[in-house]
Design a protein around this ligand. Structure first.
Ligand code: SAH
Length: 283
């Protein structure tokens, strides 16, 4: 049935990491630069992602601290829920309770997603981003992530050169803090990987993910009438078809649990369709 799946390897040979780096090095460290000249979609994008993560939490029937103390009526709880609730991470510096303990965000840029979406949800955040002038915004002493002690590790590397490692344990009591990620949020950067690198990258994430964790991918989709992937020589990226994204997930051993098509971007901007996918390893 995958008649619209094109062979990704044909155009992937044009991808050059050096070209990607030199392109992004020339881009301004602001939201306009991150969004290719469409900063006006940022708020809508973030709100949509926030709603999607809410839906994921409902899928797991996780409750926030507020609902679990005030409206929890169900006596039935599975072990994953019990575990996730008993482990609700608290930032000892701010006394905030977070949904996720350890998040990883590749291609974070200046932290548009990090600051607006992830920071209120994640106790500790690791970042892989090749361009140092972008992450300088996040690592500066006045960065809210630094002030709140949420920024954990930053690798200034392209994903192709990065070797994943387990997140560090933060509490003295390591029995209650699993040193694995519970959220890996990838947005508008996996288009820089060849199909082969993409599959290898996804496979490398599986041992780092908690059973209750999520890999989220939010990327543009090819609008080619025949479903072909589209190479962009400017930033040396590939806009893939939905079928090829799904093929990469399957090949890596990931199961698609939930997906939504982004809505709300102004039509007149004629942007590519954007899809968000939530994945877990195949059991
Ligand atoms: N995810 C952010 C930034 C999007 S811009 C957001 O949604 O706002 C694309 C980002 O991907 C840039 O920060 C760029 O430096 C980064 N990038 C480019 N090539 C990359 C690669 N090979 N590996 C990881 N990140 C890359």
């Amino acid at each position: 049935m995958n008649s619209d799946t094109s062979d990704p390897s044909a155009i992937d040979s044009q991808i050059s990491t050096a070209d990607q780096i030199s392109y992004w090095q020339s881009i301004s460290a602001d939201v306009d630069g991150m969004l290719g000249g469409f900063p006006q979609v940022s708020r809508i994008d973030i709100q949509f992602s926030r709603n999607f993560i809410q839906k994921l939490r409902r899928l797991d029937n996780r409750s926030t601290r507020a609902t679990s103390t005030s409206t929890s009526t169900s006596p039935i709880q599975n072990t994953a829920q019990a575990q996730s609730q008993s482990q609700s991470p608290t930032n000892t510096h701010t006394n905030t309770t977070y949904t996720f303990q350890h998040a990883l965000e590749p291609g974070a840029g200046i932290g548009r997603v990090t600051l607006n979406l992830l920071a209120p949800l994640c106790a500790h955040i690791d970042i892989v981003e090749p361009i140092e002038k972008f992450t300088a915004v996040l690592t500066a002493p006045e960065s809210p992530l630094v002030k709140n002690h949420q920024l954990s590790r930053v690798w200034n590397l392209p994903l192709q050169d990065w070797t994943p490692t387990l997140p560090p344990a933060y509490t003295a009591n390591t029995t209650t803090s699993s040193p694995k990620y519970d959220l890996i949020f990838n947005q508008w950067c996996l288009n820089h990987l060849s199909f082969t690198s993409l599959v290898a990258y996804f496979k490398s994430l599986i041992p780092l993910l908690l059973p209750t964790g999520w890999i989220v991918v939010k990327e543009n989709l090819s609008s080619d009438a025949f479903g072909a992937d589209i190479f962009d020589a400017d930033d040396s990226s590939v806009t893939r078809s939905d079928a090829n994204w799904r093929a990469a997930f399957t090949e890596a051993g990931l199961r698609l649990v939930k997906t939504d098509l982004q809505t709300g971007f102004p039509k007149e901007l004629k942007l590519y369709p954007v899809r968000i996918y939530a994945l877990r390893p195949v059991e």
